[in-house]
Ligand binder design. Structure first.
Ligand code: SF4
Ligand code: SF4
Length: 471
C-alpha cells in the first residue's frame, strides 16, 4: 500500500553526484535534489553505500531565486577537449560547458612559505616547481584561444610571491589583453618588502591584491593557517593602504571556527580606502582541508549571516545570485565613499537593479532604462549636477566587472567607489552536482587546457589525461 509520509521531502529535480562515503570518483551516482523544511538537499543513491543526504541550501526561497537569475551562458570562443566520457571527465574546456572563464587562475608555483591547514592545493615549503616564463606564455596563449579579451587573470600558487620572477610575470600579464589582473597572496612579502609593494603600485590601474584575511582572532588563525598571521595581515594592509593598491579581502569560512566573524570582517574592511570588498568562501574538501560534516557550511548560511547583521547595509534584496553561476555565487555591490572618520559609507545598488537587466541582455544600462539605479549611484558619491548631465548625455560608460552590464557613471566615479561582497562556493566530492558544475566560471589555466577550479581540485581522472603541473 502506498502511504503519505508527512515529513518526507519534496522532489525538485534529478542530477548526478559522486559518493563521498566510498570516495569513488570514477562513477557518477543517481542523485535527487529535494527540499524539506525550507532547506535543500542532495539525496544520493550509491549502489555500495546506500542513501546519503547532503545539505546544499538552508534557504529554499533563495534557492528558487537562483533558478530565476540563471541567464543564457556566455560561451568560450573555442573548446579545447572533446566529449569522450561525458562531464566531468572531459575537462576542459569541453563543448558541454555552459560558461566562459570569468576568472582565469594562473598557478605559477607549488612553493609556499606557509603550510595552512586549509590549503586546497596542499602547498608547503620545499615543493618548488616555479613555472618558467615559457610555460606562463603557453598558459596565456591557451587562455587567449578560449577568450580573446579575458576579464580577469588571478596569479596564484602555492604562494606566487615566492616565485623569483613574480614582478616580471605580473608585468607580462598586465600587458596582455586582460582587463583586470589579481595577485592571490598570504601577504607576507607585502608586509615585509616595501620595494615589492612599490613594484605592485607601478602596475597601475586594473591591478588588485587578493589578500587572505580569515579572521581578526589569533587563535582562529592558528587553527586555519597553522600560525598566528594577524600582525602580518595588518602590516600588509597598512602597506596596501599607504600605496592605495586595490585590495579584496578573502575569508575562508569554516563552521564553528570563524563563521561568527563574518559581520566583523565586513566592518573591519570598511576602515580601508584601498579595500574594494570581501570574498567569503565556505571550506571545500580539497588538498589539506577537512571539510566533512561539522565544518561545512553552505553559501546560503553565509548569506544569511550577512543580511541579518544590522550594522552592514546589505539586505536580502542586495545579495543577489550572480546570473552566470547563480547557485554558486552571490554578490552584493555598493557605491562607496569614505566619510570624515575614514569609514566607508556604503549604498548597496544591486537590489535596485531590475533582474531583467542582468539576465536578459549583455549591454549598457541607460539612464532611461533604470533611472533609480543611476540616481542612487550618483547621490552616494555626492556628485554635482554637471556630472549627472554627463550621464544623461550618455558620454561615459564603465564596465566594472565581468557578468555585470556596462553602466553609465561619471568619470570620477571609478573603482575606488565600488565595494562588493561576494560569496563563492566551490564543488567537491560531497556537494558535487553535474548540472551546476557546467556553469563554473573559475578556471585553472594549464599550458594546453582550461579546467574548472572545482574539478581540478577534486582529483578526477580526466579522459584527456591528468591535470598537467608543467614546470
Ligand atoms: S566540468 Fe565543464 S569542462 Fe569539465 S567535463 Fe564538465 S562540462 Fe566539460
Ligand atoms: S593556502 Fe596559500 S598560503 Fe596557505 S599553504 Fe596554501 S598556498 Fe600557502
Amino acid at each position: 500500500m502506498p502511504y503519505y509520509a508527512e515529513d518526507y521531502d519534496l522532489y525538485l529535480t534529478a542530477t548526478q553526484s559522486f559518493c563521498h562515503k566510498c570516495n569513488n570518483l570514477h562513477r557518477l551516482i543517481d542523485t535527487h535534489i529535494v527540499t524539506k523544511n525550507n532547506e535543500v538537499f542532495l539525496r544520493k543513491f550509491c549502489p555500495k553505500c546506500g542513501e546519503t543526504m547532503v545539505k546544499i541550501s538552508t534557504d529554499y526561497e533563495y534557492y528558487k531565486r537562483c533558478n530565476d537569475y540563471l541567464k543564457k551562458p556566455d560561451l568560450p570562443e573555442k573548446h579545447l577537449t572533446k566529449v569522450l566520457k561525458g562531464c566531468p571527465f572531459d575537462c576542459g574546456v569541453c563543448p558541454q560547458h555552459q560558461n566562459h572563464a570569468c576568472l582565469a587562475l594562473f598557478n605559477i608555483t607549488d612553493e609556499c612559505n606557509m603550510k595552512c591547514n586549509i590549503c586546497y592545493y596542499a602547498a608547503e615549503p620545499g615543493l618548488g616547481n616555479h613555472r618558467s616564463m615559457e610555460t606562463i606564455e603557453q598558459m596565456l596563449a591557451t587562455l587567449l584561444e578560449t577568450e580573446s579579451e579575458p576579464d580577469l587573470i588571478q596569479v596564484t600558487g602555492g604562494e606566487p610571491t615566492t616565485h623569483p620572477e613574480i614582478v616580471e610575470i605580473l608585468r607580462y600579464l598586465k600587458k596582455s589583453p586582460v582587463r583586470h589582473l589579481m595577485l592571490n597572496t598570504n601577504g607576507i612579502k607585502i608586509a615585509k618588502d616595501e620595494e615589492f609593494v612599490k613594484a605592485l603600485k607601478s602596475l597601475g590601474g586594473g591591478f588588485e591584491v587578493y589578500l587572505q584575511f580569515d579572521s581578526l582572532n589569533s587563535d582562529v588563525l592558528k587553527d586555519l593557517r597553522a600560525r598566528d598571521m594577524l600582525d602580518i595581515r595588518l602590516s600588509a594592509l597598512a602597506m596596501l593602504e599607504k600605496y592605495n593598491i586595490s585590495t579584496t579581502l578573502v575569508t575562508v569560512v569554516k563552521k564553528g571556527i570563524n563563521d561568527h566573524e563574518i559581520p566583523e570582517v565586513i566592518k573591519f574592511s570598511r576602515k580601508y580606502r584601498c579595500v574594494r570588498g570581501v570574498v567569503f568562501q565556505p571550506v571545500q574538501e580539497a588538498g589539506r582541508i577537512n571539510a566533512r560534516d561539522d565544518f561545512r557550511l553552505t553559501l546560503s548560511e553565509i548569506r544569511q549571516r550577512i543580511i541579518e547583521d544590522e550594522d552592514n547595509p546589505f539586505n536580502d534584496e542586495d545579495m543577489i545570485p550572480l546570473p552566470c553561476d547563480p547557485h554558486k555565487i552571490s554578490v552584493g555591490y555598493a557605491a562607496k565613499m569614505m566619510d570624515e572618520k575614514l569609514y566607508a559609507n556604503l549604498m548597496p545598488v544591486t537590489g535596485k537593479l531590475p533582474k531583467e537587466l542582468l539576465t536578459d541582455q549583455k549591454g549598457t544600462i541607460t539612464f532611461e532604462q533604470d533611472r533609480e539605479f543611476v540616481k542612487t549611484v550618483v547621490e552616494t558619491v555626492s556628485l554635482d549636477t554637471a556630472m549627472g548631465e554627463g550621464i544623461l548625455k550618455d558620454k561615459i560608460k564603465q564596465k566594472l566587472f565581468c557578468c555585470w552590464p556596462n553602466f553609465l557613471c561619471p568619470a570620477d566615479m571609478g573603482y575606488e567607489n565600488v565595494y562588493r561582497i561576494v560569496i563563492m562556493e566551490f564543488s567537491d566530492i560531497v556537494n558535487f552536482d553535474s548540472i551546476n558544475i557546467k556553469r563554473e566560471c573559475n578556471f585553472m589555466i594549464e599550458p594546453n587546457r582550461t579546467i574548472p577550479f572545482s574539478t581540478y581540485n577534486m582529483g578526477i581522472e580526466f579522459s584527456h589525461g591528468k591535470k598537467n603541473a608543467a614546470s
